[in-house]
Design a protein around this ligand. Structure first.
Ligand SMILES: Cc1cc2nc3c(=O)[nH]c(=O)nc-3n(C[C@H](O)[C@H](O)[C@H](O)COP(=O)(O)OP(=O)(O)OC[C@H]3O[C@@H](n4cnc5c(N)ncnc54)[C@H](O)[C@@H]3O)c2cc1C
Length: 308
């Protein structure tokens, strides 16, 4: 299979995971909207890079236009990208523009009789589904952490420039300003392998949540109650109206387990919770639960992790 991966110029772990996912299907061409990191792409086995003739951008409408041009130029069987908010926006637009099938939040990929079959968990992870994309190219948004990034050193990729005609949607958007969020030193929530989340039970003090996250090298998340109260930034909200996560480990602290929150934990492999109410709904989905006051349980856990 020929596979096109849609990438930005700065590659993070989820982008490298998508490249690894693409390599399981066939030979890879990368579309890089911006300055390509050729050394990194060479290390991850990408032999050919398409660079659109347009200013660097992450706007979904513009990236989708570039992807349409790349599909016309390279005729791939599948187009892969990261299943982030922006990636899903590009995937949807691309499927409409190309009149093909798209699957988001994908955790597994295979080819059967020349057709791409993507697996994804749905309904809080209680069902595993497989979606065959019968009208291609198959547009596949791959969930962060679903694949392992793997180096496959090769030569410097061939770079081909790509003329792009911006569509009406891209022309309608002008980015007036951008402000980088101050770096927390923690991994981004959507990409983190460990997420420690706090809810109303923290009573507004996220110190222990942050300390546990740092002891585990994880990201900090929260329920909507905590973000609405202003205890933590809205970007930390996990749930139906927040971020969807798929960590190896989710730790929920003082969280009741409302469906609006837990719906976004579908991809979590191991769930550990601390709640003072033994009847809290969240215990029903936990692999390991502690009934107790988080202010008493957490200092001991943090000290044990730090070896102090
Ligand atoms: C349309 C809609 C969309 C929504 N979207 C989201 C969303 O995206 N994300 C989201 O999170 N919510 C969302 N909500 C809100 C959601 O329904 C819940 O209200 C919310 O998730 C509850 O947050 P919580 O678990 O922190 O609070 P609560 O439900 O109040 O639970 C607090 C828990 O903390 C425990 N506790 C209290 N003190 C302690 C202590 N000292 N130690 C240990 N445990 C303690 C309690 O026993 C309780 O179980 C949405 C709601 C609606 C209607």
């Amino acid at each position: 299979m020929n596979v096109l991966v849609v990438l930005p110029s700065v590659l993070t772990v989820p982008h490298l995971e998508v490249i690894a996912a693409a390599r399981t299907l066939g030979s890879v061409t990368a579309l890089v909207v911006g300055d390509p990191d050729l050394a990194m792409l060479a290390r991850h086995g990408v032999p050919r890079v398409l660079v659109p003739e347009m200013p660097p951008t992450t706007e979904p409408a513009a990236v989708a236009d570039a992807a349409v041009a790349a599909v016309e130029a390279s005729r791939p069987d599948a187009v892969l990208l990261v299943s982030s908010f922006a990636g899903k926006a590009v995937a949807g637009r691309l499927a409409v523009l190309l009149d093909c099938g798209a699957v988001t939040d994908v955790t597994g990929l295979r080819v059967e009789d020349g057709v791409v079959v993507a697996s994804k968990p749905v309904l809080q992870g209680s069902w595993a589904t497989e979606c065959a994309v019968t009208r291609g190219p198959a547009v596949i948004a791959v969930r962060p952490t679903a694949f392992e990034a793997r180096e496959e050193p090769g030569g410097t990729p061939e770079v081909v420039t790509l003329p792009v005609t911006p569509g009406a949607a891209a022309r309608a958007v002008t980015v007036e300003a951008r402000e980088a969020r101050p770096a927390s030193g923690r991994p981004p929530l959507e990409e983190a392998r460990v997420v420690v989340a706090g809810g109303r039970g923290t009573d507004g003090d996220f110190t222990l949540v942050e300390e546990l996250a740092d002891a585990l090298g994880g990201a900090v998340g929260a329920t909507r109650v905590a973000t609405d109260e202003g205890w933590i930034d809205h970007a930390a909200q996990i749930g139906q109206t927040g971020v969807t996560i798929s960590p190896r480990l989710y730790v929920g602290l003082g969280i009741s387990g409302a469906i609006h929150h837990t719906a976004a934990l579908q991809g979590a492999e191991t769930i550990v919770v601390v709640n003072s109410d033994p009847d809290a709904r969240i215990f029903g989905m936990a692999d390991f639960g502690v009934v107790g006051d988080l202010r008493e349980v957490l200092p001991t856990a943090i000290a044990a992790l730090r070896g102090t």
